[in-house]
Design a protein around this ligand. Sequence first.
Ligand code: GTP
Ligand code: SPV
Ligand code: MN
Length: 581
Amino acid sequence: MTTNFNELREWVADVAEHTQAARVHWCDGSEAEYESLIQQMLGSGDLLELNQETYPGCYLHRSSPTDVARVEHLTFVCTESEADAGPNNNWMAPAEAHQLMDSLFAGCMQGRTLYVIPYCMGPIASPYARCGVELTDSPYVAVNMKIMTRMGKAALERIEREKKFVRGLHSIGELDPERRYIMHFPSELSIMSFGSGYGGNALLGKKCHALRIASYQARQEGWLAEHMLIVGIENPRGETHYLACAFPSACGKTNLAMLIPPESHAGWKIWTLGDDIAWIHMDDNGQMHAINPEAGYFGVVPGTNAKTNRNAYEMINKNTIFTNVGVTADNEPWWEDKKTGTPAFDWQGRPYDPEVGPAAHPNSRFTVSAKQNPSYSELADAPDGVPISAIVFGGRRRELAPLVYQARDWAHGVLVAASVASETTAAATGKVGVVRRDPFAMQPFCGYNFADYWNHWMSFAERSDSLPEIFHVNWFRQDADGKFLWPGFGENLRVLRWIIERCEGRVGAQETAIGQLPHPSDIDVSGLDVDRDTMGELLTVRNAQWREELGAMGEYLQGYGDRVPAALRTEYQRIVEALEN
Ligand code: GTP
Ligand code: SPV
Ligand code: MN
């Protein structure tokens, strides 16, 4: 396979020459190709076979121990002007970044195969889908891209037709953390990633293209590219509302997107459209529609069990690539909180010793086709996506943020979203558990200045009278002993139900300084082991604490200077004043 599209053919030839790749393989995306890549990686040791009787089609990849998560300090947005990248991004001048990357890529693929991976983000027939080509020397990336995107022939045909695509160049290099960079050139629609083989650093369709580059394009073209799950919630009357929810990395998107309704909620159904990324467009009637640009899940493994997430638990027992989990003596994958089996080896292949560390790395992941999800919605393939009733933001906050509250209107919602802060997780390198500001759950992913991004979000108010309602949730409140106050997982449906009833205008709310909270009696806790006091605690706003929070937010906004939209300042001032009473 090759192409008659000169621009692409020439780029591939140039890269092959510069990197001195031993051969070039054009990926067609077929099952046969996937199988042969798996076999080849089993031979080279890149993949290990798991127990094929109990886990058919499942394999384990052990990444380099210093390459286990996204590296935010080595991720750059290279715009001409530093101010356009904003305080939220690391910045390097494009010329300097090109020079640096060109020197790293020079000769880096000697003896290796260069895989050409044409992919489409979004349903192949969708007007909202966008294509890219990733060039990589990693067969692991190639098989992951096959699961995570619409990859191969159909994507290439669309690229040949449209003559426009995002260029992604990737090499694992020597997997040396000292020689590792993830560079974005938004105005060139290009990405260069060197020195990591892991997740968002290496699967360039995902965070690099579908969020950083796409968010930049979305601003210019009037749409949104967001770190959001998309879920359909069907009530017992058969009516379905679609929600888009933004939570930071490892804060519950995959779990919410495929939750199983609790027993008390017979007749409710959940439909998964996406678990990580949403592209949102407004139609001619001012209704927002979302598509999921991805075709698979690259999800957090630890914590997945038959009780917390039975859908995920069953989804990953076949045709799944595991990265950095432990294994049992029977060669089954094992992870913390699996609740069954015993680990024999840890994620680095060492005999398991709890004194040394967990069996599975906290950021160990599964890669699996979305179609294996028992709650998969066929509408994930609908070219126009699904209409969005509500947008929900959330963070991981052991204190402060109540279980749920609603913004008064769109502008207030933008402030609520811009104010998201969350405890850091293992999804990125660095300290875990410290609260940091993560506006819109996009701190690591917005490809341009956050102030301009907030302005872009504000601008939708002028374009429509029927925008989604905006909410904020927090599943992670803890008591003094570190125990979660709210049971979470499937029980979160009880909160989503209040959100939907608010959208339908069927339930009231109590006004507080920060927004509208449920009357405690309006959250159905039947059959739940959560007492009145706990519910009271989960639904209380303490103005003194919030004044501190707003103080921190005010300082944060100052970092963006005059670029902060006036409407956001006005909303901020309104809350500060409300909290004074
Ligand atoms: P990324 O893929 O990194 O963007 O993360 P995500 O937002 O999809 O997070 P995911 O759903 O994988 O959840 C990450 C961790 O949070 C897992 O360890 C879950 O077990 C835990 N988690 C998810 N939902 C809940 C919840 O409702 N309550 C509690 N206490 N933990 C949860
Ligand atoms: C995240 O970190 O938000 C992820 C995993 O979804 S990665 O693909 O590595 O970005
Ligand atoms: Mn994510």
